[in-house]
Ligand binder design. Sequence first.
Ligand SMILES: O=C([O-])CC(=O)C(=O)O
Ligand SMILES: [Mg+2]
Length: 215
Amino acid sequence: MFVVNDMPEPIDDRIVSELSTVCVSTLGHMRDHGFALGLVPNRRPVRFVGTAVTVRIPHLDSTAVHLAVDMLRPGDVLVVDQSGDHQRSCFGGLVSFTAKARGAVGAVLDGSINDHDETLAYDFPVFSRGFSPLTTRIAGVEGAINVPVTVAGAVVNPGDVVFADSDGVAFLRPADAVGLGAQLAAKENAEIPARESIANGGSIAEFSGAAAYRP
Ligand SMILES: O=C([O-])CC(=O)C(=O)O
Ligand SMILES: [Mg+2]
């Protein structure tokens, strides 16, 4: 059975611009959930913030991926749950080319990617488990578009904020992303005077508070 739900509301442009200047790992200093752990980008440096368009496929059948890629809009990020089949690739040259042509800003797959050499020229950022020659088929078995999915340990809803950089990917509910950019920027900016102090012999443990635990 195939499920094709409506496309989600695009995330606010302000969320995109605020999160585009801060690091995903700064969020990792503040919370432990919502990260896609174990995925790697097809190139570094990389950075994108966009609206999650979700897809769930059974391991062999990427019919729903091809349907979803055609639906992508500028600013979207395709997020694919491969039902636990991490070794298989549903995402190669033609899918990358189509996603980029639609204006999507990236993809996050809990599976592998293929067509490495072809996709270099497309310069389309994709997080995945790595490269694999074992691909999917258009088998028409089943699939779902814009349903809640699980990707590398994180639950993702259609319309969530996908916040990605060279360190990895975080997923945020849009309401949780409001004002987050400023919070992360403040935390990062606090390190500027610390660097100056450390360069002059100061202590990272004093800055971080670890010094309080020195026996
Ligand atoms: O079509 C696929 O499923 C994967 C692929 O090779 C491509 O995108 O070119
Ligand atoms: Mg191909």
